[in-house]
Design a protein around this ligand. Sequence first.
Ligand code: ZN
Length: 359
Amino acid sequence: MFRNAKNVGYYMIGKGSLAQLDEILAKRREAVKGPAVFFFDHFFTNSDLPKRLPIKAEDITVFVDTTDEPTTQSVDTYTAQVKAILAGKSPCAMLAFGGGSTMDTCKCVGNLLTNAGCAADYQGWELVKHPAPYKIAVPTLSGTGSETSRTGIVCNEEKNIKLGMNSDFTMFDQVLLDPDLTKTVPRNQFFYTGIDTYMHCFESITGSYRNSVVDALSEKAIDLCKRIFLSSDMMSDENRELLMIASFLGGMAAGFVGTVHPISAGLSMVLHMHHGLANCYALSVQEDIYPNEYRDFMTMMERQKIDLPSGICAHLTPAQFDQLYDASIVHEKPLSNRLGENYREIFTRENVIGRFKRM
Ligand code: ZN
């Protein structure tokens, strides 16, 4: 069986391109009569960004609390909130201004506006049946690749699993990349999130489920990441633009990760750790599985003066270690992508818990 792969419909890139959002949105307002729904990372609550945007009186603004990553519960709550204001109208567009958490929230709420039920019903592959409203991504943090990926990742606390709504309908229809928007990101956050692209891509390219398009995208994104994170300043004007491109390419290559992401998912579920930071901890104990990437990653951290304080699992109970193991080992596809079908023989409970204890 061959996969029929979809990419993002439109993209605009360049310093200052945000000024053209008005033009993009005007076309959507002509096509559909309903309001536009703007999702902002709560970081922008008191910033001037919303004031600079073409928001009309009838539009809906939602500030997404990104303290924790999106959960089935948070997505259901935002969906109910938006539905109540829409009162049966269809939005002309849904827009996301933020990083992965905000973009994924927008993507998942979009699916739930046109598909009955709740977020948990659509965690998995090809479960979304009806197209979502038109969606526009404006990343203000680069690295997760959510702007181009076909998933919206949600933590399901009840089932102790972090799993996305994987569907062509989850994808954004338009992406706008303006590197001016990442100027004010704190350095540590810029690194932890940005390096996610590097992780997605090396996991993909060292795995066994591959195709040459995904390889080409991954190779380019990896090159860009090395250029950015091995330079003297990852946040220079040029590097911020390059990271937006790397993230964009990385999102298209995502889908077939390896052993970093499953361990990272365990940390997000049990310790509520953000994805990028959790990835860094996950790779920090996989020097045997990804020796070259581990070495490069350590050099990048040193060069950018990023710290990764140790001892994060020092006070956990045996039950919590079991929960960490369970929330990691459940990711069969990525684990077998790197370790083969018998991944459980390598990643035994003892082996995996030992890794968590070293973090
Ligand atoms: Zn990731």
